[in-house]
Design a binder for this molecule. Structure first.
Ligand SMILES: Nc1ncnc2c1ncn2[C@@H]1O[C@H](COP(=O)(O)OP(=O)(O)O)[C@@H](O)[C@H]1O
Ligand SMILES: N[C@@H](CCOP(=O)(O)O)C(=O)O
Length: 319
Protein backbone atom coordinates (compact mmCIF):
# COMPACT_ATOMS: atom_id res chain seq x y z
CA UNK A 1 0.00 0.00 0.00
CA UNK A 2 1.55 3.37 -0.97
CA UNK A 3 -0.81 5.99 0.38
CA UNK A 4 0.49 9.38 1.55
CA UNK A 5 4.20 10.23 1.58
CA UNK A 6 5.58 6.90 2.65
CA UNK A 7 4.78 3.27 1.87
CA UNK A 8 3.12 1.32 4.67
CA UNK A 9 4.58 -2.00 5.81
CA UNK A 10 1.17 -3.35 6.82
CA UNK A 11 -2.52 -2.80 6.24
CA UNK A 12 -3.90 -4.72 9.23
CA UNK A 13 -2.49 -4.51 12.72
CA UNK A 14 -3.48 -5.67 16.19
CA UNK A 15 -2.11 -4.02 19.34
CA UNK A 16 -2.78 -4.67 22.99
CA UNK A 17 -1.86 -2.24 25.72
CA UNK A 18 -2.06 -2.49 29.52
CA UNK A 19 -3.68 0.16 31.73
CA UNK A 20 -1.72 1.72 34.57
CA UNK A 21 -1.82 3.28 38.00
CA UNK A 22 0.04 6.57 38.34
CA UNK A 23 1.59 8.33 41.33
CA UNK A 24 1.62 5.42 43.85
CA UNK A 25 1.20 8.10 46.51
CA UNK A 26 4.24 10.39 46.53
CA UNK A 27 5.42 9.88 42.91
CA UNK A 28 3.02 12.50 41.55
CA UNK A 29 3.32 12.87 37.75
CA UNK A 30 6.47 10.73 37.85
CA UNK A 31 5.90 7.12 38.94
CA UNK A 32 3.63 4.75 37.01
CA UNK A 33 2.89 1.04 37.26
CA UNK A 34 1.34 -1.05 34.46
CA UNK A 35 -1.54 -3.30 35.48
CA UNK A 36 -2.37 -6.49 33.59
CA UNK A 37 -5.71 -5.29 32.25
CA UNK A 38 -5.53 -4.75 28.46
CA UNK A 39 -7.29 -2.89 25.70
CA UNK A 40 -7.03 -4.67 22.32
CA UNK A 41 -7.34 -2.71 19.06
CA UNK A 42 -7.42 -4.16 15.53
CA UNK A 43 -7.04 -1.67 12.69
CA UNK A 44 -7.53 -2.14 8.97
CA UNK A 45 -6.63 0.63 6.55
CA UNK A 46 -7.67 0.80 2.92
CA UNK A 47 -7.42 3.48 0.20
CA UNK A 48 -10.15 6.05 0.90
CA UNK A 49 -13.34 5.30 -1.02
CA UNK A 50 -13.83 9.09 -1.22
CA UNK A 51 -10.37 10.76 -1.29
CA UNK A 52 -11.98 14.10 -0.35
CA UNK A 53 -13.48 12.62 2.82
CA UNK A 54 -11.49 9.74 4.36
CA UNK A 55 -13.73 7.64 6.58
CA UNK A 56 -13.14 6.33 10.10
CA UNK A 57 -15.35 3.71 11.66
CA UNK A 58 -14.85 2.33 15.16
CA UNK A 59 -16.52 -0.69 16.76
CA UNK A 60 -16.26 -0.75 20.53
CA UNK A 61 -17.02 -3.53 23.00
CA UNK A 62 -16.35 -3.62 26.73
CA UNK A 63 -15.48 -0.42 28.58
CA UNK A 64 -16.71 2.76 26.89
CA UNK A 65 -19.08 0.97 24.49
CA UNK A 66 -22.01 3.26 23.65
CA UNK A 67 -20.22 6.22 25.30
CA UNK A 68 -17.18 7.09 23.20
CA UNK A 69 -17.49 8.48 19.65
CA UNK A 70 -17.15 5.95 16.82
CA UNK A 71 -15.77 8.28 14.15
CA UNK A 72 -12.67 10.48 13.68
CA UNK A 73 -13.13 11.91 17.18
CA UNK A 74 -12.43 8.52 18.80
CA UNK A 75 -9.24 8.87 20.87
CA UNK A 76 -7.46 5.79 19.46
CA UNK A 77 -8.41 6.67 15.86
CA UNK A 78 -7.21 10.25 16.36
CA UNK A 79 -3.76 8.99 17.34
CA UNK A 80 -3.59 6.40 14.57
CA UNK A 81 -4.02 9.30 12.14
CA UNK A 82 -1.83 11.62 14.24
CA UNK A 83 0.91 8.97 14.43
CA UNK A 84 0.81 8.26 10.68
CA UNK A 85 1.15 11.98 10.00
CA UNK A 86 4.00 12.33 12.54
CA UNK A 87 5.86 9.41 10.92
CA UNK A 88 5.59 11.02 7.49
CA UNK A 89 3.12 8.48 6.09
CA UNK A 90 0.15 10.83 5.90
CA UNK A 91 -3.30 9.45 6.63
CA UNK A 92 -5.57 11.72 4.68
CA UNK A 93 -6.04 9.20 1.85
CA UNK A 94 -6.86 6.24 4.02
CA UNK A 95 -10.10 4.86 5.39
CA UNK A 96 -9.64 3.37 8.85
CA UNK A 97 -11.68 0.62 10.42
CA UNK A 98 -10.99 -0.03 14.12
CA UNK A 99 -12.29 -2.76 16.42
CA UNK A 100 -11.66 -2.00 20.11
CA UNK A 101 -12.14 -4.54 22.90
CA UNK A 102 -11.64 -2.53 26.07
CA UNK A 103 -10.88 -3.78 29.58
CA UNK A 104 -9.53 -0.56 31.15
CA UNK A 105 -12.43 1.37 32.75
CA UNK A 106 -12.74 5.01 31.73
CA UNK A 107 -12.33 7.95 34.09
CA UNK A 108 -11.43 5.81 37.13
CA UNK A 109 -7.72 6.59 37.47
CA UNK A 110 -6.45 3.48 35.68
CA UNK A 111 -4.89 5.37 32.78
CA UNK A 112 -7.49 4.63 30.09
CA UNK A 113 -6.73 7.76 28.07
CA UNK A 114 -2.98 7.08 28.03
CA UNK A 115 -3.70 3.44 27.11
CA UNK A 116 -5.81 4.66 24.18
CA UNK A 117 -3.16 7.12 22.96
CA UNK A 118 -0.42 4.47 23.20
CA UNK A 119 -2.65 2.03 21.29
CA UNK A 120 -3.22 4.58 18.52
CA UNK A 121 0.44 5.54 18.19
CA UNK A 122 1.68 1.93 18.38
CA UNK A 123 -0.80 1.05 15.62
CA UNK A 124 0.57 3.88 13.45
CA UNK A 125 4.18 2.82 14.09
CA UNK A 126 3.39 -0.81 13.18
CA UNK A 127 1.49 0.17 10.03
CA UNK A 128 4.56 2.14 8.91
CA UNK A 129 7.43 -0.08 10.14
CA UNK A 130 5.91 -3.54 10.74
CA UNK A 131 6.69 -5.51 13.89
CA UNK A 132 9.79 -4.19 15.70
CA UNK A 133 12.92 -6.38 15.72
CA UNK A 134 15.32 -6.32 18.70
CA UNK A 135 17.11 -3.06 17.75
CA UNK A 136 13.95 -1.39 16.43
CA UNK A 137 12.14 -2.13 19.68
CA UNK A 138 14.28 0.39 21.57
CA UNK A 139 13.72 3.11 18.97
CA UNK A 140 10.01 2.32 18.95
CA UNK A 141 9.78 2.48 22.76
CA UNK A 142 11.58 5.86 22.89
CA UNK A 143 9.33 7.31 20.20
CA UNK A 144 6.21 5.90 21.85
CA UNK A 145 7.08 7.22 25.31
CA UNK A 146 7.87 10.74 24.12
CA UNK A 147 4.98 10.95 21.63
CA UNK A 148 2.28 9.42 23.83
CA UNK A 149 3.30 11.38 26.93
CA UNK A 150 3.33 14.63 24.95
CA UNK A 151 -0.04 13.79 23.40
CA UNK A 152 -1.77 12.71 26.60
CA UNK A 153 0.09 14.91 29.06
CA UNK A 154 0.96 12.25 31.68
CA UNK A 155 4.35 10.62 31.26
CA UNK A 156 3.71 8.40 34.30
CA UNK A 157 0.73 6.60 32.73
CA UNK A 158 1.97 6.63 29.14
CA UNK A 159 5.45 5.26 29.89
CA UNK A 160 4.01 2.47 32.09
CA UNK A 161 1.67 1.41 29.28
CA UNK A 162 4.52 1.44 26.74
CA UNK A 163 7.25 -0.26 28.80
CA UNK A 164 5.23 -2.36 31.26
CA UNK A 165 6.29 -2.76 34.88
CA UNK A 166 7.00 0.28 37.04
CA UNK A 167 8.53 3.40 35.53
CA UNK A 168 9.92 6.76 36.50
CA UNK A 169 9.02 9.40 33.90
CA UNK A 170 10.24 12.96 33.52
CA UNK A 171 10.42 15.68 30.90
CA UNK A 172 13.35 17.84 29.88
CA UNK A 173 14.06 20.14 26.97
CA UNK A 174 14.17 17.10 24.67
CA UNK A 175 10.70 15.94 25.71
CA UNK A 176 9.39 13.08 27.85
CA UNK A 177 11.64 10.22 28.91
CA UNK A 178 11.30 7.25 31.24
CA UNK A 179 13.36 4.52 32.89
CA UNK A 180 12.13 1.23 34.36
CA UNK A 181 12.02 0.80 38.14
CA UNK A 182 12.80 -2.55 39.74
CA UNK A 183 9.74 -4.27 41.23
CA UNK A 184 9.94 -7.33 43.49
CA UNK A 185 8.28 -10.49 42.11
CA UNK A 186 6.52 -10.79 45.45
CA UNK A 187 4.62 -7.49 45.14
CA UNK A 188 0.85 -8.00 45.42
CA UNK A 189 -1.43 -5.37 43.85
CA UNK A 190 -5.11 -4.88 44.56
CA UNK A 191 -7.33 -2.33 42.82
CA UNK A 192 -10.56 -0.97 44.36
CA UNK A 193 -12.66 0.57 41.57
CA UNK A 194 -15.92 2.43 42.32
CA UNK A 195 -18.79 2.94 39.88
CA UNK A 196 -18.35 6.72 39.78
CA UNK A 197 -16.26 8.50 37.17
CA UNK A 198 -13.86 11.37 37.91
CA UNK A 199 -12.27 12.80 34.79
CA UNK A 200 -8.56 13.55 35.19
CA UNK A 201 -8.97 17.14 33.97
CA UNK A 202 -11.56 17.77 36.70
CA UNK A 203 -9.29 16.29 39.40
CA UNK A 204 -6.28 18.29 38.16
CA UNK A 205 -8.25 21.52 38.40
CA UNK A 206 -8.49 20.93 42.19
CA UNK A 207 -4.74 21.05 42.72
CA UNK A 208 -3.32 24.21 44.31
CA UNK A 209 -0.77 26.24 42.34
CA UNK A 210 1.78 25.90 45.15
CA UNK A 211 2.40 23.58 48.11
CA UNK A 212 4.17 24.34 51.39
CA UNK A 213 7.90 23.62 51.36
CA UNK A 214 7.53 21.15 54.26
CA UNK A 215 4.94 19.11 52.32
CA UNK A 216 7.13 19.09 49.21
CA UNK A 217 10.13 17.92 51.26
CA UNK A 218 8.06 15.23 53.03
CA UNK A 219 6.66 13.93 49.75
CA UNK A 220 10.01 14.03 47.93
CA UNK A 221 11.57 11.87 50.65
CA UNK A 222 8.69 9.38 50.47
CA UNK A 223 9.04 9.19 46.66
CA UNK A 224 12.69 8.20 47.10
CA UNK A 225 11.66 5.62 49.70
CA UNK A 226 9.04 4.25 47.29
CA UNK A 227 11.73 3.33 44.75
CA UNK A 228 13.52 1.37 47.49
CA UNK A 229 10.36 -0.25 48.92
CA UNK A 230 9.18 -1.52 45.51
CA UNK A 231 12.34 -3.64 45.24
CA UNK A 232 11.07 -5.98 47.94
CA UNK A 233 10.98 -4.04 51.21
CA UNK A 234 7.31 -4.63 51.88
CA UNK A 235 7.61 -3.41 55.48
CA UNK A 236 8.35 0.08 54.10
CA UNK A 237 5.44 0.27 51.63
CA UNK A 238 3.06 1.95 54.10
CA UNK A 239 5.47 4.84 54.74
CA UNK A 240 6.57 4.87 51.09
CA UNK A 241 3.04 5.48 49.76
CA UNK A 242 2.37 8.58 51.90
CA UNK A 243 1.80 11.84 50.06
CA UNK A 244 0.97 15.42 51.04
CA UNK A 245 0.75 17.19 47.70
CA UNK A 246 -2.24 15.82 45.78
CA UNK A 247 -4.44 13.19 47.46
CA UNK A 248 -6.01 15.26 50.25
CA UNK A 249 -6.29 18.25 47.89
CA UNK A 250 -8.55 16.18 45.61
CA UNK A 251 -10.50 14.34 48.30
CA UNK A 252 -13.56 16.63 48.08
CA UNK A 253 -14.23 15.24 44.59
CA UNK A 254 -14.06 11.61 45.83
CA UNK A 255 -15.19 11.46 49.48
CA UNK A 256 -15.86 7.71 49.33
CA UNK A 257 -12.32 7.07 48.11
CA UNK A 258 -10.84 9.31 50.79
CA UNK A 259 -12.82 7.45 53.46
CA UNK A 260 -11.75 4.00 52.20
CA UNK A 261 -8.15 5.19 51.83
CA UNK A 262 -8.06 6.25 55.48
CA UNK A 263 -9.68 3.00 56.61
CA UNK A 264 -7.24 0.82 54.65
CA UNK A 265 -4.19 2.75 55.87
CA UNK A 266 -5.47 2.54 59.45
CA UNK A 267 -5.46 -1.26 58.96
CA UNK A 268 -1.83 -1.05 57.85
CA UNK A 269 -2.53 -1.54 54.11
CA UNK A 270 -0.28 0.52 51.81
CA UNK A 271 -3.15 2.10 49.88
CA UNK A 272 -3.04 5.20 47.66
CA UNK A 273 -5.27 6.93 45.16
CA UNK A 274 -4.73 5.42 41.70
CA UNK A 275 -3.80 8.24 39.31
CA UNK A 276 -6.26 11.10 39.68
CA UNK A 277 -8.80 8.73 41.29
CA UNK A 278 -11.37 7.72 42.25
CA UNK A 279 -9.94 4.15 42.29
CA UNK A 280 -7.47 3.04 44.93
CA UNK A 281 -4.36 0.91 44.52
CA UNK A 282 -3.15 -1.24 47.43
CA UNK A 283 0.36 -2.67 47.56
CA UNK A 284 1.57 -5.51 49.73
CA UNK A 285 3.66 -8.60 49.89
CA UNK A 286 1.37 -11.60 49.94
CA UNK A 287 -2.14 -12.88 49.37
CA UNK A 288 -2.80 -11.67 52.94
CA UNK A 289 -3.00 -8.14 51.52
CA UNK A 290 -5.80 -9.22 49.21
CA UNK A 291 -7.72 -10.66 52.16
CA UNK A 292 -7.06 -7.58 54.30
CA UNK A 293 -8.42 -5.30 51.56
CA UNK A 294 -11.46 -7.49 50.97
CA UNK A 295 -12.19 -7.46 54.73
CA UNK A 296 -12.00 -3.63 54.92
CA UNK A 297 -14.02 -2.73 51.81
CA UNK A 298 -17.79 -2.60 52.19
CA UNK A 299 -19.30 -5.14 49.77
CA UNK A 300 -21.19 -3.80 46.75
CA UNK A 301 -19.78 -0.31 46.27
CA UNK A 302 -16.32 -1.33 45.04
CA UNK A 303 -14.95 -3.76 42.50
CA UNK A 304 -11.95 -5.32 44.29
CA UNK A 305 -9.41 -7.27 42.19
CA UNK A 306 -5.91 -8.63 42.68
CA UNK A 307 -3.88 -7.77 39.55
CA UNK A 308 -0.46 -8.78 38.28
CA UNK A 309 2.01 -6.10 37.20
CA UNK A 310 1.32 -5.34 33.52
CA UNK A 311 3.70 -6.19 30.68
CA UNK A 312 4.75 -3.93 27.79
CA UNK A 313 2.54 -2.84 24.89
CA UNK A 314 2.48 -5.45 22.09
CA UNK A 315 1.86 -5.23 18.35
CA UNK A 316 1.24 -7.81 15.63
CA UNK A 317 0.91 -7.47 11.86
CA UNK A 318 -2.21 -9.29 10.62
CA UNK A 319 -1.85 -8.55 6.93
N1 LIG B 1 -10.18 3.25 24.86
C1 LIG B 1 -10.68 4.49 24.69
N2 LIG B 1 -11.31 4.80 23.55
C2 LIG B 1 -11.82 6.03 23.37
N3 LIG B 1 -11.78 7.02 24.29
C3 LIG B 1 -11.18 6.76 25.44
C4 LIG B 1 -10.60 5.49 25.71
N4 LIG B 1 -10.07 5.53 26.93
C5 LIG B 1 -10.30 6.75 27.42
N5 LIG B 1 -10.97 7.49 26.53
C6 LIG B 1 -11.41 8.88 26.73
O1 LIG B 1 -10.72 9.40 27.85
C7 LIG B 1 -11.66 9.73 28.92
C8 LIG B 1 -11.10 9.35 30.25
O2 LIG B 1 -9.82 9.92 30.40
P1 LIG B 1 -9.30 10.44 31.80
O3 LIG B 1 -10.22 11.48 32.34
O4 LIG B 1 -7.87 10.82 31.60
O5 LIG B 1 -9.42 9.18 32.77
P2 LIG B 1 -8.50 7.90 32.98
O6 LIG B 1 -8.12 8.01 34.41
O7 LIG B 1 -9.36 6.72 32.72
O8 LIG B 1 -7.35 8.00 32.03
C9 LIG B 1 -12.91 8.94 28.57
O9 LIG B 1 -14.04 9.59 29.09
C10 LIG B 1 -12.89 8.92 27.06
O10 LIG B 1 -13.39 10.13 26.55
N1 LIG C 1 -0.24 12.10 37.49
C1 LIG C 1 -1.57 12.22 36.93
C2 LIG C 1 -2.07 10.84 36.61
C3 LIG C 1 -3.47 10.80 36.05
O1 LIG C 1 -3.81 9.44 35.91
P1 LIG C 1 -5.27 8.97 35.43
O2 LIG C 1 -5.19 7.48 35.35
O3 LIG C 1 -6.24 9.45 36.45
O4 LIG C 1 -5.50 9.61 34.10
C4 LIG C 1 -2.48 12.91 37.95
O5 LIG C 1 -2.45 12.51 39.11
O6 LIG C 1 -3.20 13.85 37.57
Amino acid sequence: MTQGHRALAAARVRVDVAGSSANLGPGFDAVGLALELRDVVETRCTPASDPQAPRTSVHVSGEGAGEVPTDDRHLVARWVRGGLAGLGAGADHLDLDLTCRNAVPHGRGLGSSATAVVAGLLTAWTLVHGEAEQAGALTRAGWLVSSSAAAEGHGDNAAASVLGGAVLAWADAGGYRAVPLEVSDGLALVTCVPGEVLLTDVARALLPATVPHADAAFTGARAGLLVHALRGHADLLLAATEDRIHQSQRSGAMPGSAELLAALRAEGVAACVSGAGPSLLCLGSTAATVQQVADTVAPGAWQVDARPVGGPARAEVLG
